[in-house]
Ligand binder design. Structure first.
Ligand SMILES: Nc1ncnc2c1ncn2[C@@H]1O[C@H](COP(=O)(O)OP(=O)(O)OP(=O)(O)O)[C@@H](O)[C@H]1O
Length: 628
């Protein structure tokens, strides 16, 4: 039977692995398998089988085996090759034999042979491992030309550092890879396109390699560094460096001058605007703003600038009354709002939020005061109008806004159930968010964002500041996006700067950089849901970097929130969601998927989750319970 066949094959395989080698001496650790027993039934150390007795994983890392890795002994055996998904022989001292036979182990998803003495060419047969996700052949003595592995469409990791490979780096599907390292080899020539998604350290110590992300370009005029002193035909590297220096200094001077002129102009404009404001100022509205609990002094509020968004017409109305979108709140005086007791909820990077109890309304409001926003007043009003026209049940609408050059205020209904941030990270929370609820939040938010991006694609208004504290729970405990479209600035570490955004502005659909920045931030929220960890956008280590580095070490389990593991959440679906998140936080904006595609993937996961809960007889509830 299969198990007998597997046992015979494994026995020969391990015998070869442990064969003593005259060069290293000794055969390392003792044989981890008791040959009188059965591999699956008796759970041989390092061997994992599924419940049907199919061999899945062989993991024999760090045993100091110094014999031969004979791939044929495993992969020529059908009962093994049809099911083996993981072969890990890291940090032994193995030499290779029949390595090309690995090509028969077609089901392999992970192949780790790092830290051995394997040498010669990497067999072309590796290119046929179509299911491979992770390949680590680093720290060996492989040499020759690397075969083209770009046909392995799902490859996420390729680690080949510290070998002796030479020739060009073949093309890879870089957008799928999240780990790539070919440093410390003898590669030469141009780094293939897309390769600059990885840092220079992924390519370092290949003296003949050139092109981005390395500093040395492949310009044909660039002479060898040894030619520098000869003063040959083209410019020397030093010349180029010097020239770049001059260009840089020149650019800096131009930018500083430009900024100075802009500031001067702005100052002049400000003076003109405040004069106009004084003329328009109506004492009957705000007589003496001496007591302003929200510290709105010197705002110079004018009735003409108190605006509101109604459900029907999106017209601004001059009024001494702060008109709000729901009819029952009409009739409140703006001055009363200003005088109402206000509690500071938080002071973020972009301003402060106050909780204001408005007696006239008998209602609690959240007033966001945006600081340092340079968007001109008219553009802001235009933006609020565009936003006011798009309605979604999971987007919290601003019920009023105020705009002047000095002040931009947004008024929202206060949400008593807090934010996703509090739910995930708040220490006082009695209940933790279970896996099904987290998946549900992810799906709802993806669908909502997809709707908003679609509706606002022409005006290119993204959320701009997507994070778990801006996902608020409404009275039905459903997650809602708050503060949509209020930030021009993005926290995307791929440095999509305002200038770039503006330059590339005008249409562009869901590939517009502002939407791609939202995708990054959405990915971070997915990571928060999966890991239960907070992101530190201002710290040196952010969540996205942390996850990618942990995943690099060993696939996933350490990454997930321990409560999810304890709960018995489906590891497969968690890994799937993690893969989506990792795609979203790709450093290269173009490589991030669009929100529609993301929503589709997450909805599929959620449907699978719902089906599995139905099968196990649990109720498939998409909402989560009220937090006490
Ligand atoms: N409508 C609301 N109802 C209840 N709480 C709110 C409301 N709007 C914001 N908050 C809460 O107020 C706090 C401060 O919000 P704010 O948006 O200023 O913080 P932030 O998101 O950390 O900073 P920033 O948006 O400036 O980067 C957050 O905890 C947020 O969840």
């Amino acid at each position: 039977d299969d198990e007998e066949e597997i046992k015979t094959a494994l026995t020969s395989f391990i015998t070869k692995l442990t064969e003593s080698s005259s060069t290293t001496g000794g055969n390392g650790a003792a044989l981890p398998w008791n040959l009188t027993s059965k591999p699956c039934e008796d759970h041989w150390e390092g061997v994992t089988c599924d419940y049907r007795g199919a061999l899945k994983n062989i993991t024999l890392d760090g045993y100091e085996f110094s014999g031969i890795l004979n791939a044929g002994l495993l992969c020529d055996v059908q009962s093994i090759s049809k099911s083996l998904t993981v072969l890990s022989l890291k940090n032994n001292n193995l030499q290779g034999e029949s390595l090309e036979k690995i090509g028969n182990c077609k089901q392999l998803t992970r192949l780790f042979i790092r830290g051995n003495r394997l040498s010669g060419d990497l067999p072309v047969a590796f290119t046929g491992l179509n299911n491979l996700k992770r390949l680590d052949i680093s720290e060996n003595n492989f040499s020759g030309i690397l075969p083209d592995l770009s046909g392995i469409s799902g490859l996420n990791e390729f680690s080949a550092q510290e070998n002796f490979f030479s020739g060009n780096i073949p093309s890879f599907d870089f957008f799928n890879l999240f780990i790539f390292n070919v440093s410390n080899n003898n590669f030469s020539g141009l780094i293939p396109s897309g390769g600059d998604r990885f840092p220079a350290s992924s390519y370092s110590n290949n003296p003949l390699l050139c092109g981005r992300p390395l500093q040395n370009s492949c310009a044909p005029s660039l002479p060898d560094s040894t030619d520098d002193s000869k003063g040959g035909k083209g410019p020397s590297r030093n010349d180029i460096l010097m020239f770049s220096g001059y260009v840089l200094i020149g650019l800096t001077v131009v930018i500083v001058l430009g900024l100075w002129i802009c500031r001067k102009q702005k100052k002049e404009e400000d003076q003109i605007e405040s004069v106009a404001k004084m003329a328009a100022f109506d004492d009957s509205i705000i007589s003496k703003p001496s007591y302003t609990p929200m510290n709105f002094k010197n705002s110079g509020f004018s009735k003409s600038e108190v605006s509101y968004i109604t459900g029907e017409e999106n017209t601004e109305v001059s009024s001494s009354v702060l008109a709000l979108s729901s009819p029952e709140v009409n009739g409140i005086r703006f001055e009363n709002l200003l005088k109402a007791p206000a509690e500071l909820l938080g002071r973020g990077k972009h301003g402060s939020v106050y909780k204001v109890f408005c007696e006239d309304l008998g209602m609690t409001l959240a007033v966001k005061r945006i600081k340092d926003w340079t968007m001109p007043s008219n553009d802001f009003k235009q933006r609020m109008r565009s936003l006011g026209m798009v309605k979604h049940p999971n987007v919290l609408p601003a019920i009023a806004f105020y705009s002047s050059r000095q002040e931009k205020l947004l008024v929202y209904e206060y949400q008593h159930n807090g934010s996703l941030f509090r739910l995930l990270h708040g220490s006082e929370m009695g209940k933790t968010l279970d896996w099904s609820s987290r998946l549900s939040v992810a799906a709802t938010m993806a669908n909502t964002l997809s709707f908003m991006h679609q509706e606002l694609r022409e005006s290119a208004i993204s959320h701009g500041n997507l994070k778990s504290s801006n996902i608020l729970l409404n009275k039905n405990m459903e997650p809602c996006l708050s503060e949509y479209g209020l930030m021009l600035d993005s926290q995307d570490p791929s440095l999509v700067s305002n200038i770039q955004l503006l330059q590339q502005g005008g249409g562009g659909g869901e590939n517009h950089p502002v939407f791609k920045a939202d995708i990054y931030q959405f990915g971070v929220i997915l990571l928060e849901l999966l890991t239960g960890k907070q992101t530190q956008s201002n710290g040196n280590i952010d969540l996205a970097n942390w996850v990618v580095s942990v995943v690099k070490e060993e696939w996933t389990v350490e990454v997930f929130d321990r409560t999810l593991i304890q709960e018995g959440a489906s590891e497969e679906r968690m890994v799937n969601l993690l893969q989506i998140a990792i795609k979203c936080v790709n450093r290269s904006p173009e490589a991030r998927p669009g929100i529609a595609q993301i929503a589709l993937m997450i909805n599929t996961l959620k449907e699978e989750e719902d089906r599995s809960m139905e099968v196990s007889g649990m109720t498939s509830s998409a909402s989560f319970s009220q937090v006490s």
